[in-house]
Write a protein of this length. Sequence first.
Length: 211
Amino acid sequence: MSSFDDIAARARACRLCVTTPRGAPLPHEPRPVIRGSAEARILIAGQAPGTRVHASGVPFDDRSGERLRDWMGIDAESFYDERRIAILPMGFCFPGLDAKGGDRPPRRECAPAWRAPLIAALPSVKLVLAIGGAAQHWHLGRQADGGVDDTVRRWRAITASATAPTVFPLPHPSWRNTGWLKRNPWFEAELLPDLRACILDQLGRLDRPTR
């Protein structure tokens, strides 16, 4: 078992949000959703599972996932190939619904306890898709201080940074963001082609014979 597999197994058994929560405990049984392998070259850093993913245990098993795969230019087979792509949300479990029926923010217990060791156990990752504010703050630090809209607008400067891995800031692929996408046609016309080219390059490297 690799280091990633070992840490992920322990994270999947985590109950910090119930036994020692930061605030109110998780209102349902934890079901951490984590995917990946030490070979993965791409990391999808999302927010937290929604209701459908909580039921299925499969990340992005919803309309948001369909849109994300379209953004990436890949099919479901490639998306769920853990040898290629790791999926680590900022909160591993569905955080519950707020008073308006929307998803609550990611639980605050997950990232401090598990994110650093899991990321360290993904040595092959060269490209990170940072989806939403929590993921952007974790992976970009102060570069994300202006909020999601500002951070995504500065994608060229962020991806051109000399730091590794390359981080692409993205809005959440939720269908609630359809209005934002219509108001910002540059996202589809300029950012997505660049993102797809980077993804194709990283996935292609896995298929090239080693010398």
